[in-house]
Design a protein around this ligand. Structure first.
Ligand code: 8ID
Ligand code: ZN
Length: 350
């Protein structure tokens, strides 16, 4: 039974701090809403960007962050039964809702819907024991996939899976992944390997090197110690440079040389979201080398189903450490200083 009160991690103003408080469980469910008992939630760098106010968008305040929630449906608003049943294992992803009837939604571009709601940004997210979400956008989690494994797939996994589609590679081609040791990046390495691409992982430190190499990266380049990043990346890809770069880093510097090291006709897929950053593309070389620059923003409901299915079949495995919800402030500190290899998954009851 749903209790009257529960625990939630909340911040009240831009910049934080975030703290765990006991608060009333959300109001009555409206049409199409479902109440999810969140068991685990991944912590995405987006949650940190949101708290710090890094982006030119306003979020709800006070806010419960979190958008990699995995749990069980415990109550349904009117109409929600069309989409989920009580007891279903479901995921709360970044796109909490979209209208499903506009030009964008009809074409499968749900993240670009003008009415889209975002979990842990425009609506309260998964850093709470009971979360209200929109039934039609909940992701079914396959039975064979444990909820802690599943959580990071709901943002990091689906995002890089979709970004690799946008790169339009064929098996055997090279992809550079700046940020390869982070939450998104370590999953990108695996989805890329599963698709038959040859991975050049770029990040820093021994933990991230070991992780990327274990997950199947052919080359690891440490961006902090390399003398010439562009040359090393080109050498690692037969001299011409990779066919694409999927930039999964949270820092601006990762974008600086990507257009220099991808090969002619190559694609830069922008995924990482450092605040106040421009991609500087020289017009002459963009034309002469026929480069493509593509932004990729999470994925739609179907991308989430596909990304979860690949994880359920064991082709991709989240590398994570489990901590309690109460440790979220420390997780943000470590994330800010680049200390986390893979993902942190929060046990929401702890
Ligand atoms: O839909 C989207 N486009 C989307 C979805 C989800 C997340 C975008 N994001 C964004 C986040 O907001 C964040 O900006 O992707 C970025 C990465 O999120 P994350 O994977 O959750 O962050 P992380 O776990 O902290 O990993 C970031 C990695 O980047 C490395 C760090 O060492 C870390 O391992 N990195 C940095 I910072 N600068 C680098 C550089 N210059 C770099 N790696 C290579 N070169
Ligand atoms: Zn995210």
């Amino acid at each position: 039974d749903v209790p009257g009160q529960h625990k939630a991690a909340i911040f009240d103003k831009k910049g934080g701090p975030v703290s765990v408080r006991t608060v009333p469980v959300a109001r009555e469910l409206k049409h199409g809403e479902a109440l999810v008992r969140v068991i685990y939630s991944g912590v995405c760098h987006t949650d940190l960007h949101a708290m710090l106010g890094d982006w030119p968008l306003d979020n709800k305040l006070p806010l419960v962050g979190g958008h990699e929630g995995a749990g069980v449906v415990v109550a349904l608003g009117e109409g929600a039964e069309e989409f989920v049943k009580i007891g279903d294992r479901v995921g709360i992803k970044w796109i909490a809702d979209s209208c499903l009837k506009c030009d964008f939604c009809r074409r499968g571009f749900e993240p670009n819907c003008p009415e889209a709601q975002c979990s842990g940004f425009t609506v309260d997210g998964s850093f709470q024991q009971y979360a209200v979400s929109y039934a039609r956008h909940l992701s079914p989690i396959p039975d064979s996939l444990p909820l802690d494994q599943a959580a990071p797939i709901l943002c990091a996994g689906v995002t890089v899976y979709k970004a690799l589609k946008e790169a339009q590679l064929t098996p055997g081609q090279f992809v550079a992944i700046p940020g390869a040791g982070g939450g998104l990046g370590h999953l990108a390495v695996q989805y890329a390997v599963a698709a038959g691409y040859r991975v050049i992982a770029i990040d820093t430190g021994n933990d991230k090197r070991a992780l990327a190499e274990k997950l199947g990266a052919e080359t690891f380049i440490d961006f902090k110690t390399t003398k010439n990043l562009v040359e090393e990346i080109k050498q690692a890809s037969g001299g011409l440079g990779p066919h694409a770069a999927v930039v999964a880093a949270s820092g601006a510097a990762a974008y600086e040389q990507a257009l220099d090291y991808i090969r002619s006709r190559g694609t830069l897929v922008a995924v990482g979201l450092p605040g106040g950053t421009d991609i500087k593309a020289n017009v002459f070389f963009t034309v002469f080398r026929s480069l493509r620059i593509v932004g990729s923003y999470v994925g739609n409901r179907q991308d989430a189903v596909e990304a979860l299915d690949i994880a359920a079949r064991g082709k991709v495995r989240t590398s994570f450490k489990t901590l309690g919800l109460s440790e979220l402030p420390k997780v943000y500190e470590d994330m800010n200083s680049g200390k986390i290899a893979g993902r942190i998954v929060l046990d929401i009851d702890k």
